[in-house]
Design a binder for this molecule. Structure first.
Ligand SMILES: Nc1ncnc2c1ncn2[C@@H]1O[C@H](COP(=O)(O)OP(=O)(O)OP(=O)(O)O)[C@@H](O)[C@H]1O
Length: 250
């Protein structure tokens, strides 16, 4: 059966100045699947997500959403929900006001704000200033923004960062619900333990290139020991890390 590609990135490259940060990347995410994008710091994950969001223009290649070129989609925010930066909010606005504003930008009804506040568990603090939110609450607000208008595809950048245990379990359930509804989920993450539990497909980038794009089971088969994904990941990215905080760790 052909794969039902929600998001398809084909032969995409991006250079900043003299540096090629995304180099002929082809990857995608299927409807009804949770696809994770992994890779060391600076691998190019966020740049790929920003190009899918239309925030960064690729130098080469094509990006399609449900078979349509980005340029042919008049209101991209209705087709894909993006949660790329939990700090993209005005600290003097309440959560509800922020989401109503985001709804307007995405071209969806303002009353969507209250639906998504409920969905992410922020309804009780809807009237609180976002400047007083904890990091975990801001993550939930970012996820709420991505869910405005109930888009068929959702793209998130490290949504599990800062979530407490209850929040992590909540996010796991949310992902299961969304994929069960046939939605396309593309999520950049460094939380290997969570990825190992929830992924359907795993893409690993390094130095701007795709190193691996395979089912979760096929990636796990490359690892060994009690932390299979961690061991597979370290092996795959071994030659792709040129920045290690605190010096050479490996
Ligand atoms: N606007 C920009 N101008 C110049 N360089 C940039 C810009 N945005 C990103 N880069 C560079 O592109 C490279 C890839 O960055 P990117 O944020 O896509 O990596 P990443 O895989 O998401 O990393 P991380 O895991 O740290 O979030 C990095 O070297 C980064 O410094």
């Amino acid at each position: 059966m052909p794969r039902d590609r929600g998001i398809a990135v084909s032969g995409v490259s991006k250079r900043f100045g003299d540096t090629v940060v995304v180099d002929d990347v082809t990857l995608g995410a299927d409807a009804g699947s949770l696809t994770y994008l992994l890779g060391p710091n600076g691998a190019g994950k966020t740049t790929v997500l920003r190009m899918i969001a239309g925030l960064t223009a690729p130098d080469a290649g094509t990006i399609t959403v449900e078979g349509r070129s980005l340029r042919a989609i008049p209101q991209l925010g209705r087709a894909i929900g993006f949660g790329l930066n939990p700090f993209a909010h005005h600290p003097k606005h309440t959560a509800r006001r922020h989401l109503k504003w985001q709804a307007r930008l995405a071209g969806v009804p303002a009353d969507e704000a209250d639906r998504v506040l409920e969905l992410v568990g922020l309804a009780p603090v809807a009237g609180r200033l976002t400047g007083r939110f904890s990091y975990g609450m801001l993550q939930r607000l970012g996820i709420a923004t991505a869910l405005l208008g109930d888009p068929r595809s959702v793209v998130l950048d490290e949504p599990a960062n800062g979530l407490d245990v209850e929040g992590t379990l909540w996010l796991r359930e949310l992902f299961a619900t969304l994929t069960g509804q046939g939605k396309t989920l593309l999520v950049a993450s460094h939380s290997l333990s969570e990825v190992e539990i929830t992924a359907h497909r795993i893409i690993i980038m390094g130095k701007g290139r795709v190193l691996t794009d395979a089912s979760r089971d096929d990636v796990l088969a490359l690892g060994s020991g009690p932390r299979r994904l961690e061991s597979a990941y370290l092996e795959i990215t071994r030659t792709s890390v040129d920045y290690v905080a605190g010096g050479s760790a490996r």
